[in-house]
Design a protein around this ligand. Structure first.
Ligand code: ISL
Length: 559
C-alpha cells in the first residue's frame, strides 16, 4: 500500500451553523471557526471538514446549494474563507469543503432556468420525466419521505426527480455538459487552496435508467429508492473522471460519504488508485435499525455493534483506510447512542473514545464529541428544525405511535441532537452567541462545556487531548497507523478488545464495556500499560480485574 501524508492524521468536523457565532445573529460563522483554530490545534486536529457554507435557502441546512462559487452571508464572506484557509495553513491544518453534487437547491440558477424551459439546455442538467396520466413516473420514496417526483409547475404530466427534499432536485450526471460544470467548480475551489473535500451522498449520482417501479413496502404505496440504486451500474465512469480531472492533479484529500457499497467495489473506491482517499465507516451506526424508520429502531446491542466494527476493520485492512466516526451531523450524539443513559460519565465516554480512536483508519471527531456532548431533550416537534426529524415524527404518528412515543424516537435519533450549539462555557447560550441561537442550546451546558473541562485535569476534553497525542506519539504513531488489526477476547460478551501489531510491536486495547466489573484471564504477558482511563490497573497473576468501562492499552511481549 502506498504511503500518503494523510494516513496518520486526525480529522474534525465543524457544523458551522452551530460552532461559534461572532456577530450575534444566532448563527455560527467563519470568523467563529478562525477564532477556534488554536483550540483545534491544541486538541490535535490536522484535517478540518467544514459542512456547507455556500449560499443556500437552508431547507436542509446548506446541503441545498444555490451557488457553488459563493459563501452564504450568514456565514461571512469569501474574504473570511480566504483568511480561514491562510490561518489554518499556519497551524498545519488542512481544510476540506463539503462537495454536494448529487443535487442542488431548487433556487440554483441552473434549476430556475430548467423550470422555465424543461426541454431546453438546463432541463438536461436535471431529471425531468413525463408521468403516467398525471401520476409520478415511478413509486420510489425519497429519503425525507413522500415521492421522489415533484410536479413541474405549469405542467400536468411533467415531473422532476429529487432523492432528498423536493427543494433538492437531483443533477443529471449522464449529461457531459453538467459534469464539465462540476469539474470546473471543483478545480476552482482546489485552485483557491482548499486541501480537498468531504463528498456528500455520492452513491446516489448514478441512477438506473430503466425507471422501473418496485413492489410497495409500506402503506404509502411507495418503495425504498435504494431498490433502484442497487440496480444502477457504472458509477465508476463518473467518479473516475472526477478523480482524474480534479483530485489527482491537485493531490487533493477526499473522504466519501458512501452508503450501501457493494463489497467487490471497495477497492475501486478506496484502494490505491481509488476514487477517494478514504470513506466513512457507517455500518456500526446502523446496527439498531428497524424496518420502518426511527420509531421502529431498537437499542444498540453491544455484541452486534462490536462485531460489526470488527468485521469492517478486517474487511478494509487489505484494501485501504476508512475513516472512523462516533457521530456526525446526521447522527445522534455517540455518548447517548452507544452508552446507556444511566452509564453516561467520564469512564464510559473515555472508553468509547479510546476504542474508536485507536482502530485502524482515520479518526474524525465531530464538534462537541471531545467534551462528551449528549442528545438534547426537545419538548415538542415544533422545537426541532431538521427536515428529516419532522418527516420521521410524522411517520411515527401515522404508524400509530403516541406523541410521546414519536418524540422519544426523535430524542433517540434526531439529527438535531448533534446540531445544538457548541457548548463553550457556562455563560448565556453556552457562549455560542450573544443573540438568539437558531436552535435550542442543550440545557446541560452549565455542566458540560469547554471552559470547565479545560480547567479540570480529569475531564473528557483533557482525556481526548492525551488520547490524540498518544495516537500520534513518535513511539506509537506508526503502529496505530499501519499496524494490523485483529479482534481479541471475543468470547467475553462485555469486552471490546483488539490487537494492533506492526513488526515486533504489539499492543492490546482492552475494555470492559459495561457497568459491572469483570475479570479477564490474560492470554499473554504484557510489558507495560501504556494508556488508561482509570488511575489504577489491577492485575494479579494473569487475572486482570476491570472496573466498569475501564480501558487498558498494554504493550505486549512478543516472545
Ligand atoms: O443513502 C442514505 C442511506 O443509505 C442516506 O442516509 C444518505 O446518504 C444520507 O442521508 C446523506 O446525507 C447527506 O446528504 C443529505 C444531507 O441531508 C445530509 O446532512 C448529508 O450528510 C442531503 O444532502
Amino acid at each position: 500500500m502506498d504511503r500518503k501524508w494523510w494516513h496518520d492524521r486526525i480529522g474534525y468536523q465543524v457544523y458551522p451553523k452551530s460552532f461559534l457565532d461572532t456577530d450575534g445573529d444566532g448563527i455560527g460563522d467563519l470568523k467563529g471557526i478562525i477564532r477556534k483554530l488554536d483550540y483545534l490545534q491544541e486538541l490535535g486536529i490536522d484535517i478540518l471538514w467544514i459542512s456547507p457554507v455556500y449560499p443556500s435557502p437552508m431547507v436542509d441546512n446548506g446541503y441545498d446549494i444555490a451557488d457553488y462559487y459563493g459563501i452564504d452571508s450568514r456565514f461571512g464572506t469569501m474574504e473570511d474563507m480566504e483568511l480561514l484557509l491562510a490561518e489554518a495553513k499556519k497551524r498545519n491544518i488542512h481544510v476540506l469543503m463539503d462537495l454536494v453534487v448529487n443535487h442542488t437547491s431548487d433556487q440554483h440558477e441552473w434549476f430556475q432556468k430548467a423550470l422555465a424551459d424543461p426541454d431546453g439546455e438546463y432541463g438536461q442538467y436535471y431529471y425531468f420525466k413525463d408521468g403516467i396520466d398525471g401520476r409520478p413516473p415511478t413509486n420510489w420514496r425519497s429519503y425525507f419521505g413522500g415521492s421522489v417526483w415533484e410536479k413541474v409547475p405549469g405542467y400536468d404530466n411533467k415531473f422532476y426527480l429529487h432523492l432528498f427534499a423536493k427543494e433538492q432536485p437531483d443533477l443529471n450526471w449522464e449529461n457531459k455538459a453538467l459534469r464539465e460544470e462540476i469539474y470546473r467548480m471543483v478545480n476552482w475551489w482546489l485552485d483557491k487552496g482548499i486541501d480537498g473535500f468531504r463528498i456528500d451522498a455520492i452513491i446516489n449520482i448514478k441512477k438506473d435508467l430503466e425507471w422501473e417501479s418496485y413492489p410497495a413496502d409500506n402503506t404509502d404505496g411507495l418503495c425504498d429508492v435504494r431498490n433502484m440504486l442497487k440496480k444502477a451500474t457504472g458509477i465508476g465512469k463518473f467518479l473516475g473522471e472526477l478523480r482524474d480531472r480534479c483530485f489527482l492533479p491537485h493531490g487533493a484529500f477526499t473522504v466519501g460519504e458512501v452508503f450501501d457499497l457493494k463489497e467487490e467495489e471497495l477497492a475501486d473506491f478506496v484502494g490505491d488508485n481509488g476514487y477517494f482517499s478514504t470513506m466513512f465507516a457507517f455500518e456500526h451506526v446502523m446496527v439498531h435499525y428497524g424496518e420502518n424508520g426511527w420509531y421502529d429502531n431498537g437499542e444498540v446491542q453491544f455484541v452486534k455493534w462490536r462485531d460489526t466494527i470488527f468485521k469492517n476493520q478486517l474487511k478494509l485492512q487489505e484494501i485501504g483506510f476508512e475513516s472512523n466516526i462516533i457521530e456526525n451531523h446526521d447522527e445522534p450524539r455517540g455518548a447517548s447512542h452507544f452508552i446507556p443513559e444511566k452509564d453516561y460519565g467520564f469512564y464510559s465516554v473515555s472508553a468509547l473514545a479510546t476504542l474508536m480512536i485507536l482502530l485502524r483508519g482515520l479518526p474524525f471527531l465531530y464538534q462537541g464529541q471531545e467534551i462528551g456532548m449528549t442528545n438534547c431533550p426537545f419538548s415538542s416537534i415544533e422545537e426541532y428544525d431538521d427536515i428529516e426529524t419532522k418527516d420521521q415524527y410524522a411517520l411515527a404518528i401515522e404508524s400509530g405511535c403516541s406523541e410521546k412515543e414519536a418524540l422519544l424516537a426523535c430524542y433517540r435519533q434526531s439529527r438535531d441532537n448533534c446540531r445544538t450549539p457548541m457548548q463553550w462555557d457556562a455563560s448565556a447560550n453556552a457562549g455560542f452567541t450573544t443573540g438568539t441561537p437558531w436552535l435550542k442550546v442543550n440545557p446541560n451546558y452549565k455542566e458540560i462545556n469547554v471552559l470547565a473541562q479545560e480547567q479540570e485535569y480529569g475531564s473528557v476534553l483533557n482525556f481526548y487531548r492525551r488520547l490524540l497525542a498518544f495516537r500520534k506519539s513518535e513511539e506509537y504513531r506508526e503502529l496505530f497507523t499501519y499496524g494490523e488489526f485483529a479482534p481479541a477476547y471475543e468470547e467475553y460478551d462485555t469486552v471490546f478488545a483488539y490487537y494492533r501489531t506492526l513488526g515486533s510491536k504489539r499492543v492490546l486495547v482492552l475494555c470492559n464495556y459495561c457497568a459491572e466489573p469483570c475479570s479477564v484471564k490474560l492470554k499473554e504477558t504484557y510489558e507495560n500499560v501504556v494508556f488508561v482511563n482509570y488511575p489504577q490497573v489491577t492485575c494479579v497473576g494473569d487475572m486482570l480485574t476491570l472496573e466498569p468501562y475501564q480501558v487498558v492499552v498494554a504493550e505486549l511481549s512478543l516472545a
